[in-house]
Design a protein around this ligand. Structure first.
Ligand code: ADP
Ligand code: MG
Length: 803
């Protein structure tokens, strides 16, 4: 488009004249004149050719080229009649004193950087301009490192600015315009304040920019000045308005126009131009920046990372030359964040290379275990078992988390690992959070392991003293191969002959110290959890554990039929529950904890009691009982036992239903005020029913029916994949809000996005492990930079408490 050519010409000429005035030192344009020509001189191949290799020319040669280029650009005339108008506009514009062709603009690029700077140097070591020091401290930027890692919040593509006439109704556009007039209006009825500014774009087209309820804008815009405005275009006949979303005063700097421009997180009174200038100077202070990951970027036998160098990435993150470069730069910087995060977690947990036990794994062992099973392991089970066995064979202590929905077959896999341990002459232990679960596991392990000649024993607190003593004796003398128990396993007086593998069910129920007691003899450790957590989140939350996921259910499971009902229709749910109970089945009704009220527990108890009473009136012929958080563990166990043996039909409960307890006849799960639960939690609750091969149902009652709530609950209605649901939960609510998951210390990453970074995290984790394997405390000189980086940035990178 010829009009654009003309504008481009103008935009090329300004910096060229400045360059001439500056003595052709190639300092006035960020990135150099050649780059400017590449970006802007598309329609002028001769100009591009003349400026090729500009940086490497002698000063004399440069001056020669500059004169030629300027003459070339000035000498070109516009041809067609339609283009006459824009030319006139520029002619007028050029004459105005506010737009001198070679205005004495601030030239950040001409300040040479002081000597001896490091990333730890104060940000004040570079020229910041008036008030810069205060502004930096307001933004929390102290060192040059902080400055370089103060990444833009977003970017504006200003490589080719458009005319307001070319933009269509409803589109978003970024335009430069000169301010003709400004005014503030108040709408009489609604009391809205409007700032309206009349502007003219470079082609001479007039338009109005509109701000709603931002009266302060009026003062920050000067008549006769140029502003860059982004917003939505509205066309009414020949009237064009722009509803402003973002604007800034054009300060005539190359950093703010003619490129992909960074937009930084800012505070009032701190201009984008200032932030860009500072970032530019920060980068300029380090023409070379040693790269902490340098030893790992090259392919030297080891897998290469295929990431760009740090200096380049920082440059491109602040002042990208193209979208592709920007994407690669951000990928590199994000990777660094995760590497530091993983290093921090691994070093602090001391778990990077602890020696454990080396088990011998023979194919015959696994074959024997497999052949004693009444079913075939699923592909997911086989994969996870392989991961576990690889850990057991290695000299390092295994610390692995196995995640999978209830019924996905975690216990079966753990049984295989326990079997391998016993075949190595070691003992195994499985620790569960409650007695009832311990007993359930005991029954299961008996089923898997007894036929293979493995002695399984039970140890729980409620056993009579004599029985317990005998169990302890058998354990000490290694008559017991595998013991299943509760906390009783980590009490005084419990001694193993040789504990080689500890399996811990539902890890979140155990405190760190408790776990350590069991682990003091450094057995391999396997943790099983039925809480589905997206892989990316699990990797960072359990930075000290390897994560395996069983993401597939054994064949033949019928998914729990799920329906969302509004509060008004809740009686339908209970009518349905009664039908099921009349068929001889059982039902759960869950009500959430109430968060307001005097004490949580009391309020919860009241809510649950009230609900039980209401249901008893509604369903007089149904036997109802209650389970709540105020009960002691034994009382809860007793209620669950009675439910299991069908002493009653319907259990009203707060969220304390024991996570892994099987009630085979339970086919209905009703959840009141379902919106108060996290999606992952709802999915887990739903897993309580349908454990006995019967068709099962879950009804979610929405106490509140906003669009957002309903669409969230529909996720549960539509999917039975725990990991998918957890991903959705993460997406919808963000990691800090995930319930049923430890919330403290969630990583606070600048660039990382846990919802989608699983692959990057895994690569970062691999590298962190590789580094620490050879150098556990980063003492090697080649890791000095990395160590410094970790020390300096560790506080900024959050992480969970580790075991
Ligand atoms: P989890 O511990 O993950 O809840 P379990 O290992 O207890 O799961 O398995 C749940 C049920 O499914 C058990 O009854 C078990 O016997 C059965 N099971 C486990 N793996 C398979 C499989 N691959 N095929 C069929 N049934 C299986
Ligand atoms: Mg289980």
């Amino acid at each position: 488009m010829a009009a654009t050519r003309d504008e481009l010409k103008e935009r090329l000429l300004r910096p060229l004249r400045r360059e001439l005035a500056d003595g052709a030192q190639d300092r006035v344009v960020a990135g150099g004149l050649e780059k400017l020509a590449q970006n802007l001189a598309g329609p002028f191949p001769e100009v591009r050719r003349l400026l090729e290799g500009y940086r490497d020319l002698s000063q004399e040669e440069r001056l020669g080229r500059l004169h030629k280029v300027i003459a070339l650009l000035g000498g070109q005339t516009l041809i067609s009649a339609t283009e006459a108008a824009p030319q006139d506009v520029f002619a007028r514009r050029a004459k105005q004193p506010a737009q001198p062709a070679a205005a004495p603009q601030p030239k950040p690029e001409t300040t040479p950087p002081p000597e001896g700077l490091t990333l730890d140097s104060s940000v004040e070591s570079i020229a910041l301009g008036l008030g810069g020091k205060k502004k930096m401290s307001e933004l929390g930027i102290r060192t040059l490192r902080d400055l370089l890692h103060n990444y833009p919040r977003r970017y504006e593509d200003r490589r080719a600015l458009v005319s307001i006439r070319e933009v269509h109704e409803g589109e978003k556009a970024t335009v430069v315009g000169k301010v003709l007039s400004k005014e503030m209006l108040k709408t009489p009825r609604k009391g809205i304040t409007l700032v309206q500014v009349r502007l003219m774009d470079a082609w001479g087209w007039k338009f109005t920019a509109v701000w709603f309820n931002q009266p302060w804008v009026l003062k920050s815009i000067q008549e006769g000045s140029s502003v860059i405005i982004s917003g939505k275009v509205q066309k009414r006949g020949s009237q064009i308005s722009l509803l402003v979303e973002y604007f800034e005063n054009e300060e005539g700097e190359s950093l703010s126009t003619g490129r992909i421009v960074p937009v930084y997180p800012a505070k009032e009174g701190i201009s984008q131009a200032f932030l860009r200038r500072s970032a530019w100077r920060g980068l300029e202070a380090f023409p070379l920046l040693p790269d902490p990951l340098e030893p790992y970027l090259q392919a030297d036998g080891a897998p290469s990372l295929d990431l760009p160098p740090l200096r380049w990435s920082l440059q491109q993150a602040h002042f990208p030359d193209s979208e592709e470069n920007l994407a690669r730069a951000l990928e590199r910087l994000k990777f660094d964040e995760y590497v530091l995060l993983e290093l921090k977690v691994m070093i602090q947990s001391g778990g990077s290379g602890l020696l454990g036990r080396m088990f011998r794994v023979e194919p015959e062992m696994i074959q024997k275990f497999r052949s004693s099973l009444p079913f075939q392991l699923t592909k997911a089970q086989e994969r996870v078992l392989d991961e576990i066995l690889a850990d057991m064979q290695s000299e390092k202590q295994m610390a692995r988390l196995v995640q999978g929905d209830v019924g996905s077959g975690k216990t079966a896999v753990a049984a295989a690992a326990l079997y391998v341990a016993t075949q190595n002459g070691a003992q195994g232990a499985l620790m569960a959070p409650t007695e009832i679960l311990a007993k359930q596991h005991y029954a299961n392990l008996q089923k898997y392991l007894f036929p293979l000649g493995v002695t399984v024993d039970l140890l729980v607190g409620s056993m009579p003293a004599g029985e317990k003593r005998e169990a302890l004796d058998r354990l000490r003398s290694a008559h017991t191969d595998v013991v299943v128990g509760t906390h009783a396993l980590i009490q005084e007086g419990v001694e193993f002959k040789d504990l080689g593998l500890a399996v811990i069910d539902e890890e979140h129920r155990f405190g760190v110290m408790q776990r350590r007691r069991l682990l003091k003899s450094r057995p391999d450790v396997l943790v099983m959890s039925a809480t589905p957590i997206p892989r990316s989140l699990a990797l960072t939350m359990y930075g000290d554990l390897e994560v395996s996921q069983i993401d597939e259910l054994p064949p033949g499971r019928t998914p729990v039929k799920t329906k969302v009902l509004t509060h008004k229709l809740r009686h339908q749910a209970y009518a349905f529950a009664r039908q099921e109970i009349q068929k001889g089945h059982q039902a759960f009704v869950v009500t959430p904890m109430i968060e307001e009220g005097e004490s949580e527990v009391t309020a919860e108890l009241q809510a649950a009691t009230r609900l039980a009473e209401e249901l008893q009136e509604l369903l007089p012929d149904v036997r109802i009982d209650l389970l709540h958080g105020k009960m002691r563990a034994e009382e809860k166990d007793a209620v669950m036992e009675r439910f299991r043996y069908r002493h009653f039909d319907l259990l009203v409960s707060t969220t304390v239903i024991e996570v892994g307890v099987d009630i085979p006849q339970a086919t209905v799960m009703v959840i009141e005020n379902a919106e108060r639960f996290g999606l992952a939690q709802l999915h887990q609750l739903r897993g309580r029913v349908g454990r006995g091969g019967l068709e099962a149902y879950c009804v979610l009652i929405a106490g509140e029916t906003s669009k957002k709530t309903m669409s969230r609950l529909r996720v549960i209605e539509e999917s039975t994949d725990g990991f998918y649901i957890a991903e959705k939960d993460l997406e919808l609510r963000g990691p800090g809000e995930l319930r049923g998951v430890r919330q403290s210390g969630m990583p606070d990453l600048k660039l990382g996005d846990l919802a989608s970074d699983a692959e990057t995290i895994e690569r970062a984790r691999e590298l962190a492990k590789r580094i620490l394997e050879s150098d556990p405390y980063l003492d090697h000189p080649k890791h000095a930079l990395l160590k410094r980086e970790l020390q300096a940035r560790a506080e900024a990178i959050g992480f969970r408490e580790v075991i």
